[in-house]
Design a protein around this ligand. Structure first.
Ligand code: ADP
Ligand code: MG
Length: 238
């Protein structure tokens, strides 16, 4: 136990919550299936980053998480890799009734980056990833969603529009990620986020990633997460 404590101190990890899974040191410790390990190697990821070391075992255990770490710390893979495992674990995967993994991000640039990362890890499993954001034809996105997907990466406003148009159904969605939650609040997306969360079943797993944790984000997190584990890496403001 002392060894684990020292290890976490070195990585500047702070964790709170009950029954927190121990951090891992290598991707093999996650028990990822071979195709996913190969995709990780292909990406050139040799070792998990600090936030990945603590977040991966928590998310893989099915727990909700609040993960606070600065930009560039590898948060995307920390939610994308367990998302692939979560989706492949679904008993009714073949039913093709809307996304299982839903990721909300504040801007189209960010959504696109997450989309590219998700595509790489989804590829060995032929999972369909849809990106949904403004500035691109809503009709094209509507048509794509109608053909079905397992993962949707979206900006909140466009996702709401497409939900209203009944382009996708949310009853298969069980893994919800709010990425860069602080920026989504800064951009005024709180009502849209609440609406999206309200359309996803309460027995979902919910992950909230942020660089900072202002009070408004904290309040939302308390409302929409269930017994979350909170992980903070490094020095974080507000
Ligand atoms: P954040 O979301 O925390 O800002 P990103 O997920 O965008 O960070 O990752 C930042 C960069 O680090 C990306 O270029 C990504 O490909 C790379 N990266 C992520 N995880 C690893 C890893 N385990 N090893 C090496 N590079 C990684
Ligand atoms: Mg990020």
């Amino acid at each position: 136990e002392q060894e684990v404590a020292d290890y976490m101190k070195n990585l500047a990890i702070r964790v709170s919550g009950f029954d927190v899974p121990r951090p891992i040191k290598n991707f093999v410790d996650c028990g990822f299936p071979v195709p996913l390990m190969n995709a990780i190697a292909k990406q050139g990821y040799e070792k998990p980053t600090t936030i990945q070391c603590q977040a991966l075992p928590i998310v893989l255990s099915g727990r909700d998480i609040i993960a606070i770490a600065k930009t560039g710390s590898g948060k995307t893979a920390a939610f994308v890799l367990p998302m692939i495992v979560h989706i492949m674990d679904q008993p009714e995967l073949e039913k093709e009734e809307g996304p299982i993994g839903v990721v909300c991000a504040p801007t189209r640039e960010l959504a696109h980056q997450i989309y590219l990362e998700a595509k790489k890890f989804a590829k060995p499993y032929n999972l369909r990833v849809a990106a949904v954001y403004g500035g691109v034809s809503k009709f094209d996105q509507f048509k794509e969603l109608k053909t079905g997907c397992e993962i949707v990466i979206a900006t909140p406003g466009r996702l709401i529009d497409l939900l209203k148009m009944k382009a996708l159904k949310m009853f298969r969605a069980t893994y919800l990620v709010l990425d860069e939650a602080d920026r989504m609040f800064d951009l005024g997306f709180e009502p849209q986020i609440r609406s999206i969360v309200g359309q996803i079943r309460p027995d979902r797993q919910t992950l909230l990633f942020s660089a900072t944790m202002p009070y408004k984000v904290e309040r939302l997190a308390r409302e929409i997460l269930t017994d979350p584990v909170r992980v903070t890496v490094g020095q974080v403001g507000s």
